[in-house]
Write a protein that binds this ligand. Structure first.
Ligand code: PLP
Length: 416
């Protein structure tokens, strides 16, 4: 059951044996509402595209935990067979708690601490994706101290421009991510020579919210020329994530069939196992943020609808100028007119991007913001002593509390 319209949200909640008003009464607003079935559909769609190119058996999906790290979400993906792509040891703890085996976890990230690396090795995380020579040396030190051999891939910076917004582009030479071809070659040579390192392969991740296949094709070509230059035949080629989803209409916009074809063309002749690390693609469409209006006001001819959802609940508009579709869950009367929607937080960036056509919204009008399952709640914060929103998962005929609200009262317990 998708969540693409108000009608579908109501239907999905009804199928789970509840209704929106009951959830609002139980959890208060704002709250995140997810559909497990949407996550499963996205996962199966991706697997089917790989299977169509004969890539199913040799391609493993490592869900990028940072997109949404709630245990209940990780369990849904773990049950489907996904591994986990981590950017901190905290994510390792969460993935492991959700029954994703450490051997099915990959540790990425440009700044891993020595303590994190020690724990990663001790807990037998399957692979560490290295982003610099100093990091490689730290890993070798840690492995030596533990009398172990660390399995590493080297993250190549393919110098490719891609990504939906400058802040989520990662694959250009001037970005902090990965190693230049020259340093990557040195890292692989060092890893091959070290008794404490095993160079299992190469990794890339060129950005997020990438709509076109061309930057992927360019990056794959760069990987192949790099491997040819240094004469390295890897066991693993990790292609990262970055597949775009449609925030304007909720339609499929990333051409998975073309992507799979491009992967096959680039790497079909190699023996390497392929890893993918999608985050956003798997979970973004699965979540909506339900909130209610507080007041309407007029300022310099601009109509403002003030809701109880703020930038601290969903940072994407303030951080990336991201625009999200909106549905009205209440029944409203009157003619629609253009409105800006803002929250109560004391920042001018605490408003939704763009404008919405809305009928007059009396206090308590229920609204839902779409496609917030990725990089939504995970980026929430308690600015202005607001609570962190509760999160609810619809799974078939049941409703689960994924995480209860973390309130201003809860935070008081951590202070003297
Ligand atoms: C963020 C990230 C991903 C996931 O990116 P999406 O755009 O959410 O698919 C994958 N791999 C690495 C290394 C990342 O940092």
């Amino acid at each position: 059951m998708s969540l693409q319209t108000a009608k579908k949200i109501h239907a999905a909640v009804a199928e789970a044996g509840s209704n929106v008003a009951t959830l609002v009464a139980k959890y208060g607003t704002p709250f995140y509402l997810y559909s497990a079935e949407v996550i499963r559909q996205q996962y199966r769609t991706l697997r089917a595209a790989l299977a169509a190119e004969g890539l199913a058996a040799r391609t493993h999906i490592y869900y990028a935990v940072k997109a949404n790290d709630r245990l209940g979400i990780l369990r849904v993906l773990g049950m489907l067979g996904a591994g986990a792509d981590l950017v901190s040891i905290g994510e390792h703890h969460r993935a492991t708690r959700a029954n994703i085996a450490p051997t099915k976890q990959v540790f990425s990230g440009v700044g891993k601490s020595r303590a994190e690396l020690m724990e990663a090795l001790q807990n037998k995380i399957g692979q560490i994706n290295v982003e610099s020579l100093p990091e490689l040396h730290m890993i070798a030190d840690c492995a030596q101290a533990l009398g172990m051999v660390a399995r590493v891939t080297v993250r190549l910076n393919p110098d490719t421009r891609a990504g939906g917004h400058a802040y989520i582009s990662t694959g250009s030479a001037e970005h902090k991510f990965g190693l230049s071809p020259r340093s990557a070659a040195a890292a692989i040579a060092e890893a091959q020579a070290s008794p404490h390192l095993e160079a299992v392969g190469v990794a890339i991740h060129i950005g997020s919210q990438i709509v076109d296949i061309a930057p992927f094709a360019a990056a794959f070509a760069r990987v192949n020329s790099f491997l040819a230059e240094i004469g390295f035949d890897p066991n693993v080629i990790d292609l990262g994530g970055g597949f775009a989803i449609d925030y304007t209409a909720g339609e499929p916009i990333f051409n998975l069939a073309d992507y799979a074809k491009t992967v096959k063309t680039a790497f079909g002749a190699r023996r390497a196992t392929l890893f993918l690390e999608p985050g956003r693609f798997l979970v973004a469409h699965a979540g909506v943020l339900v909130f209610q209006t507080l007041i309407e006001k007029q300022a310099a001819h601009i109509r403002w609808v003030i809701g109880d959802m703020a930038m601290n609940d969903l940072l994407r508009p303030a951080l990336y100028q991201a625009q999200h579709r909106l549905s009205v869950l209440s029944t409203l009367k009157g003619e629609a007119s253009t409105a800006n929607i803002a929250g109560p937080v004391c920042e001018s960036t605490d408003r939704l991007e763009g404008q919405y056509a809305l009928p007059p919204c009396p206090e308590g009008t229920l609204l839902a913001l779409h496609d917030v399952g990725a990089y939504g709640s995970v980026m929430s914060m308690a600015y202005n002593a607001r609570r962190l929103p509760p999160e609810v998962l619809l799974d078939g005929t049941s409703v689960h509390t994924l995480r209860r609200a973390i309130t201003a009262q809860d935070f008081l317990a951590f202070e003297d």
